[in-house]
Design a binder for this molecule. Structure first.
Ligand code: HEC
Length: 322
């Protein structure tokens, strides 16, 4: 029979004492660990649902720092699909009647898949067209086009937003261009059945603000877009003839390209990119108390103009998981 080696006894004694001393604080440590684990799991789920619309994978749930997965999510095809649909819903009130009318969906997807700057959405050399020119309702594709201006010169988009102004002025397109780039939001107020909607009618006090006087004066902006001509089933577009116009608070602009360049180089464009990032990730625009995080988003977006950078700045911010 072996006796317990004497040398071990004191150690066993110390261990027992140590355990006795440690056990109460151990219990709190475990509780803290559980809290921390819960927080991390909540963060993982929140991020995954926001980015790809699904709860977190087991790997992400096991991660100690789920927000570091943001960059991988930004390349995930599920994110690209979901964000492109989100953009389409933000830039159009309703889904298009044909795929090419949803040019914003197709170009957003192209821009994300090819890691292009967000400015390419509005200025890039592309045309979004039906894959079969004989069938307007066929699947749409993004084609390189040196004359392109994002989707703004794609015919299906131009026709969708050609408007019905009596002189063919493209007021609706002017509004959409400002909305999609800098996030201008107005509520048109022309539905009074007896309203005189002509250029003379738009001089009226209740119309002038939006149509003629503010920095976004819709009629002035529309003048540099040229006009629509012809019946709804055969719309033609004529280039502008009026020469340069002073718009957007004194910038001289003579055509659609100069207009979009002016809009995209305005800080309102950067702010709108971050507003889209907030809406995508939080389902709402930013709160004023989120100012510092929002500013970090704008700074990140300004650096490389990638919408992914804006989204990453918001999703990686500590506040996102609080
Ligand atoms: C709050 C801003 C605002 C006011 C005020 C306003 N409008 Fe507009 N108007 C808009 C917007 C925005 C559009 C573009 C609507 C769109 O994109 O569908 C528009 C479009 C139009 C169009 C072009 C419609 C088309 O299909 O081409 C006409 C004509 C028009 N408005 C007339 C008027 C008249 C007349 C008044 C005054 C009774 C008026 N608007 C007041 C914002 C305004």
């Amino acid at each position: 029979m072996r006796s317990v080696p004497k040398s071990l006894l004191p150690i066993a004694g110390i261990v027992a004492v140590t355990i006795a001393v440690l056990s109460p604080s151990r219990a709190t440590a475990d509780a803290n660990d559980e809290d921390a684990a819960d927080r991390v799991a909540r963060c993982a789920n929140r991020l995954s649902i926001a980015m790809v619309g699904e709860t977190a994978s087991p790997d992400l749930l096991a991660s100690r720092a789920p927000q570091t997965a943001t960059d991988a999510f930004l390349r995930d095809p599920r994110f690209i699909e979901r964000f492109s649909r989100f953009i389409n819903s933000q830039f159009n009130m309703t889904p298009g009647m044909t795929p090419a009318e949803d040019a914003t969906y197709y170009l957003a997807k192209y821009v994300l898949e090819n890691d292009k700057p967000w400015t390419e959405m509005f200025l890039g050399p592309y045309d979004i067209v039906p894959s079969n020119p004989q069938q307007p309702a066929s699947e749409a594709v993004v084609r390189p086009d040196p004359n392109g201006l994002g989707y703004f010169r794609s015919r299906a988009w131009m026709v969708r937003y050609a408007g019905n102004e009596p002189e063919g002025m493209r007021i609706v397109a002017a509004y959409r261009i400002m909305w999609n780039t800098i996030g201008l939001t107005l509520t048109a107020t022309t539905n009074a059945p007896d309203a005189d909607v002509s250029a003379a009618g738009r001089q009226a006090t209740q119309c002038r603000g939006c149509h003629l006087e503010s920095w976004f004066a819709l009629d002035k902006v529309a003048e540099v877009l040229g006009k629509r001509r012809g019946p709804d089933d055969d719309i033609q577009f004529d280039p502008p003839t009026g020469g340069p116009k002073q718009i957007l608070g004194g910038i001289s602009v003579s055509n659609d390209k100069e207009l979009v360049e002016a809009l995209v180089s305005n800080e309102a464009f950067d702010v709108n990119a971050c507003r889209l990032a907030y809406k995508y990730l939080y389902g709402r625009t930013e709160y004023s108390c989120e100012g510092p995080a929002f500013d970090r988003c704008v700074a990140a977006f300004k650096k490389d103009k990638r919408i992914q950078s804006a989204i990453a700045a918001v999703a990686k911010d500590p506040t996102f998981c609080e």
